[in-house]
Design a protein around this ligand. Structure first.
Ligand code: HEM
Length: 148
C-alpha cells in the first residue's frame, strides 16, 4: 500500500507539472494574442486544478501511512534537526497545500473576471506562483521516476 502510493505520487507529479506548464502557456499566449479566457484557458486551468487536487489527496494519504512521517512524529523535536524528516513533516505539506490554494484562487478569480484580459492575467499570476511553489517544494533528490 505504502510503496504503491509513493510510486503513484511520484508519477502524478509529472502530470501536475505538464498541466501547470500548459495552463501557464495558454494564459501567456492568450495575453500576447489579446484573446479572451476561452475554452483552452478554461480546460488547461481545470486540468491543472484537478491534477493538483488528486496529487494533494495522494499526498495526504501518503502522509498518514508513511513510515518516514511516522518516525518524524515519534520524535518531532529531533526531526526538526533532520532536513529530510522536517521537509516531509512540515515544509512539503504546508507549501504544497499553499500551492493548491493558489491554483484554486487563480481559477476562481479568472472565472469571475469581467474583462477577458483580466481573467488571463489573474490566472497567469496565480498559476505561475503556484508552479514556482511546487518546484521549490518538490523533493528533487528523490527518484525522478519510480525505480530510477
Ligand atoms: C498536501 C499535499 C502533499 C502531501 C501531504 C505530500 C506528502 C508526501 C509524503 C508523505 C511523501 C513521502 C515520504 C516518504 O518517503 O515516506 C511525499 C513524497 C513526494 N511528493 Fe508529496 N505530498 C503532497 C503534495 C505533493 C505535490 C503537489 C507534489 C508535486 C507536484 C509532490 C511530489 C512528491 C514527490 C516527487 C515525492 C517523492 C516520491 C518518491 O520518492 O518516489 N507532493 N509527499
Amino acid at each position: 500500500m505504502y510503496i504503491g502510493l509513493l510510486h503513484l505520487h511520484n508519477v502524478t507529479r509529472w502530470l501536475v507539472l505538464v498541466a501547470g506548464v500548459a495552463a501557464i502557456a495558454v494564459a501567456v499566449a492568450g495575453l500576447l494574442r489579446g484573446s479572451s479566457w476561452g475554452r483552452g484557458a478554461r480546460l488547461t486551468g481545470l486540468a491543472f486544478l484537478v491534477m493538483m487536487d488528486v496529487q494533494v489527496l495522494l499526498g495526504l494519504m501518503l502522509y498518514v501511512v508513511s513510515p518516514l512521517v511516522r518516525s518524524a512524529l515519534a520524535n518531532a523535536a529531533a526531526a526538526m534537526a533532520d532536513h529530510q524528516l522536517r521537509f516531509f513533516l512540515l515544509e512539503h505539506l504546508i507549501l504544497m497545500l499553499g500551492a493548491a490554494v493558489l491554483v484554486h484562487v487563480g481559477y476562481a478569480l479568472a472565472k469571475r473576471a469581467r474583462a477577458p484580459r483580466v481573467a488571463l492575467a489573474r490566472s497567469l499570476i496565480f498559476y505561475a506562483l503556484s508552479f514556482a511553489v511546487i518546484l521549490v517544494a518538490t523533493p528533487w533528490w528523490r527518484p525522478i521516476f519510480p525505480g530510477l
